[in-house]
Design a protein around this ligand. Structure first.
Ligand code: GDP
Ligand code: MG
Length: 439
């Protein structure tokens, strides 16, 4: 795949914006990567259509070519689509909570039930395991063995009982034993089947689970879609567990499941051991689905380089005391993105000393909001030339952002101080040759 990508990239070097043609080309590679990751083709089409719209007209970063940039945009979209951050379990309401594990035979329900119990116990909860697969005697034993190994209570199900009775009796027992989360391991079939579905629906009505997790084998990318659809239609899934991600599966199933059912993957199975359960991270899976880690790093670096270039320009302005409220606002916005002022100062040549001087640079969000709203109330002219701001302008600015004149005054004073300090720190052109930045 890399080779193929590289040849595409070569063709595009030198183009400045993303247009119909180069986006198309970049997306061709993405489409192949998605299909290779076994994402359902309908999902692929829907997704690439969305991305195409977002790409068009964007400027190409220095140091990368259009196709590479398309891939980065695709990656970010993928992360968003997969849920952005991590989506944890949503356990609320009456205790004990109930988590029902559903899915095809062999998908990893029993193993994941035990893993989840172990995970929840680490979260200071008291789990209770319920083997409700009465069709295979070995399935009950399998969960009992795991429960015993973990020292977690489990219901003494037998193959003679019916699953709904097991569920209700187990729930009562869990409450008696003061457990606060019941995990139901249900039966699976090789294919979606009416009888099993009805049984699962009956169990759902009996216990009203907070979570119904669809357990899917990561290797079954395409098939996962129809199966997930069927389970979702009958049961209303609340999340998914993607198992066997320790294999060579790229995780396309995660994307397919999310797109088709709207439910997020909440956990990932990374091996056969009980501890091999991880909370789902969309960015990791997105990178894996695309299998283009190098490209992503490259584009991230290019983005950092642009900031570096801007930083040099900023340093020049500081040196000449030309740093204005526009620059200040830009930096402030960036600061929010990067999370700290320190991150920005590190990028600006010569600012290391200032950083030491200022000590703790953490500015609370609320304060930043106030500052930004004052700056927003200024006119463009005022932002570029703070000296213009006389008392009557101050009054207008304060009125515009609903603050006191004193607040505006304070900001302008500290800004003037900061500008002086910057100029001094940067040498202010006194020593050193013009145009050269102090290191
Ligand atoms: P069930 O039929 O849905 O209950 O599936 P099981 O829990 O019995 O799992 C089927 C097989 O998959 C077993 O051999 C498990 O050890 C294996 N398995 C489950 N989860 C994972 C995983 O995350 N990684 C690997 N490598 N194997 C797994
Ligand atoms: Mg099982």
């Amino acid at each position: 795949l890399s080779d193929r990508l590289n040849s595409v990239f070569k063709k595009f070097s030198g183009q400045k914006t993303l247009n119909e043609e180069n986006v198309q080309e970049g997306l061709r590679e993405v489409r192949l990567a998605l299909l290779e990751a076994d994402v359902n083709f309908k999902v692929v089409k829907q997704f690439t259509d969305r991305v195409r719209e977002r790409c068009l007209g964007q400027e190409v970063l220095k140091g990368v070519n259009p196709a590479q940039q398309v891939i980065k945009i695709v990656h970010d979209e993928l992360v968003d689509l997969l849920g952005g951050g991590t989506t944890g379990l949503d356990l609320r309401g009456k205790q004990p909570y109930v988590i029902m594990m559903v899915g095809l035979q062999g998908s990893g329900k029993t193993t994941s039930s035990a893993k989840l119990a172990n995970y929840l116990r680490k979260q200071k909860m008291k789990p209770y395991l319920v083997p409700a697969d009465v069709y295979r005697p070995a399935a009950i034993d399998q969960l009992h063995t795991l429960a015993k190994q973990l020292g977690i209570p489990a219901f003494a199900s037998t193959t003679q009982m019916n699953p709904v009775d097991i569920a209700t009796a187990a729930y009562a027992d869990a409450r008696e034993q003061q457990c606060n989360v019941v995990i139901l391991d249900t039966a699976g079939r090789l294919h979606v089947d009416e009888q099993l579905m009805n049984e699962l629906v009956a169990m759902k009505s009996a216990l009203n689970p907070q979570e119904i997790l669809f357990v899917a084998d990561a290797m079954t990318g395409q098939d996962a879609v129809t199966v997930a659809e069927a389970f979702n239609a009958k049961l209303g899934l609340t999340g998914a567990v993607l198992t066997k991600m320790d294999g060579d599966a790229r995780g396309g199933a995660a994307l397919s499941i999310k797109t088709v059912t709207g439910t997020s993957v909440k956990f990932v199975g990374m091996g056969e051991k009980i501890s091999d359960l991880e909370v789902f991270h969309p960015d990791r899976i997105a990178g894996r689905i695309l299998g283009m880690g190098d490209v992503l790093t490259l584009v991230e670096k290019a983005q950092a380089e642009v900031t570096q270039e801007e930083a040099e320009a900023m340093a020049q302005k500081m040196q000449k005391a030309e740093f204005d409220f526009d620059d200040f606002r830009t930096q402030m916005r960036r600061m929010r993105k990067l999370g700290s002022l320190e991150g920005i100062l590190k990028l600006i040549p010569g600012m290391g000393k200032l950083r030491d001087k200022l000590g703790d640079l953490h500015v609370p969000d609320k304060e930043m909001n106030r500052i930004e709203s004052i700056i927003n109330s200024m006119t463009d002219q005022e932002r570029r030339n703070p000296d213009l701001i006389n008392p009557s302008r101050k009054k207008r600015i304060a009125g515009g952002c609903g603050m006191q004149v004193q607040d505006v005054d304070n900001l302008i004073k500290s800004f003037a101080q900061m500008r002086m300090m910057m100029k001094q720190m940067m040498g202010g052109g006194k020593k050193g040759k013009k145009g050269k930045m102090p290191a």
